[in-house]
Write a protein that binds this ligand. Structure first.
Ligand code: SF4
Ligand code: ZN
Length: 356
């Protein structure tokens, strides 16, 4: 029997401990949800390889991700919104899609060209979304331009992709890579897979003619502000070799998560919006579309600056998402940039957060 080296041994133990804590925290959630209702649906616009397009974003309620049932990622509260019992029938999933179509018809003049389906788990996991359901959903949206489906890399295979692509749509797989650094993905995010799994999934997608959209997470717990910025710059550079689009999103404090516990105990501050702009500026020359959607911006539980400049910086980020032009950030400034620079320089993992 081989003896694990100290690094692997430590990482494995950390994951068990994280999972135990996460299960305890999630166990406090007593709410339950209707399997016939989507978790969320909204209309927006998105930058795609074909240009800026109207988008319909759907969060399907599929019973939640398998990994979350083991404990799951330290910042992820989505599983708290899933239905009890862990599975949703084909009929109920189609009813959810119909509710989303109604939502769209009530609010938009024409159907969105881009449809994004997230499941708080994996659309390509047979246990969450059966092949038959995947095929029917791809047919329902067959007249659109592009379909983005979320999946962990393990479930990306030829058959699952064929289900999504059979109606001729351009398909992208959205993978929550979070960071290109395995150590941070394992020990700070508590996500189990390695960068090599992302590489393998990208290859399968490419062989099938599908694209990859990588989702990165800025500032998981246990990283200082400066470390988080450096990690994102490195990660964007590395994963843009595989993904045509990288969506770099700052952590927000979601309910029933380890991040929320740390936040309440003075051990976590969501990233500064200046950190987001720093990364977007530093990676503007990378050969991929780089976007960011700071959810909850300006609030204490979301990415924020001083309170005075948050809205203006958020508008500049939105503008960057559309135009990919870093000069949009020259238009915004605030005194708190100096505080942010000092935090990036002085905050360390053992004394954070330096400022809340
Ligand atoms: S982030 Fe994704 S993999 Fe992690 S617990 Fe949430 S849904 Fe599961
Ligand atoms: Zn400010």
């Amino acid at each position: 029997m081989s003896t694990p080296d100290p690094d692997v041994y430590e990482q494995g133990r950390g994951m068990d401990a994280h999972n135990q804590v996460m299960r305890r925290i999630r166990g406090r959630n007593q709410q339950s949800y209707d399997p016939h209702e989507p978790t969320r649906v909204w209309l927006d616009e998105d930058n795609t390889p074909d240009g800026v397009r109207q988008s319909l974003t759907i969060i399907l309620n599929t019973g939640g991700c398998r990994w979350a049932r083991a404990g799951g990622c330290t910042m992820c509260g989505y599983v708290a919104e899933s239905v009890d019992g862990g599975s949703v029938s084909h009929e109920a999933l189609i009813t959810q899609i119909e509710a989303c179509l109604e939502h769209e018809a009530d609010r938009a003049d024409s159907p969105a060209e881009l449809v994004k389906i997230y499941t708080s788990g994996s659309f390509l996991d047979e246990r969450e979304v059966p092949a038959r359901t995947r095929r029917e959903i791809a047919e329902i949206f067959g007249d659109r331009e592009r379909l983005v489906v979320e999946s962990l890399p393990d479930f990306v295979d030829d058959d699952a992709l064929a289900d999504c692509m059979h109606s001729g749509l351009a398909v992208d797989v959205a993978i929550g890579l979070e960071t290109a650094t395995d150590r941070i993905r394992h020990d700070c995010v508590n996500k189990y897979f390695d960068f090599s799994a992302f590489e393998a999934a990208s290859e399968i997608a490419e062989n099938n003619g599908a694209g990859i959209k990588a989702y990165l997470l800025m500032k998981p717990p246990f990283l200082s502000e400066g470390e988080a910025v450096d990690d994102m710059i490195r990660s964007i550079e590395r994963c843009s070799e595989y993904a045509h689009t990288v969506s770099m999103n700052p952590t927000n404090v979601q309910r029933y998560t380890m991040v929320e516990e740390l936040y309440h105990d003075g051990g976590y501050r969501p990233p500064w919006l200046w950190s987001v702009t720093t990364v977007l500026e530093a990676t503007a020359a990378v050969d991929a579309i780089i976007v960011s959607d700071p959810v909850g911006h300006g609030s204490d539980r979301g990415p924020h600056n001083c309170g005075e400049c948050d809205e203006r910086v958020q508008i500049a980020i939105k503008d960057f998402n559309r135009r990919q032009d870093p000069s949009v950030f020259d238009e915004v400034s605030c005194d708190c940039e100096r505080t942010h620079a000092a935090v990036c320089k002085r905050e360390t993992s053992y004394n954070q957060p330096l400022i809340r």
